[in-house]
Design a protein around this ligand. Sequence first.
Ligand SMILES: [Zn+2]
Length: 230
Amino acid sequence: MGEIIRIAGLIENCYLVRRESPYLVDTLNPKAYKRLSEGLRENGVDPRDLAHILITHYHYDHTGNLAELKRLSWAEVIAGAGDVPFIEGERPPQTGSDLNRTGRLLGRLPASLTTSYQRCAAAQVDVSLKGGETLEELGLEAVALPGHTPGGMCFLDRANRRAFVGDIVSNYFGRVGLPVLSASYSLEEIEESMRRLAALELEHMYPGHGRIIGPGASGLVAAFVRKKFG
Ligand SMILES: [Zn+2]
């Protein structure tokens, strides 16, 4: 329920859902705080009004302003259990990946170099999800979508056939694609997660990067999966 407003950061998206108690899905890059606060204000929402903040995954371009919003509001922070140690600052962000050349290169660089740009203030998570839970108050279901990060979470609004999907599907230039592999850890899990989204018969998906996918979002993902994985 509620109207979904896309707030664009540098190259990432977050989404404001306008309703009696508004909530936010992801929080943009720390450098995009001004865009975020302006986006909220333009839609008549003061950061203090946020009742919930849902996090699709721990990467800094999605959790960059979480600590600040949490300081300003009483918002309840909800995220996937596998990503909680990263969000709370217990574990440093994973750098590099063995899924492609860029990832391998990044993995060989000293961590001090590769983690410094993606560091953001740690924030406490109030509700940690395994997937399969119903967030009754929000009319959403949590669906685990690992592969990009271990605790990647999708927030599904089944009644309206739409979902917030984080980075597990990208839509740069209006084309459905994989998440950035140099910042992902398992292609098999990405494939499985994409198949799960394809089976959900969604009209619209709201990705972390690029334009909103749809109408016919699950069909578009299914076509991509067939082409890519067979
Ligand atoms: Zn990401």
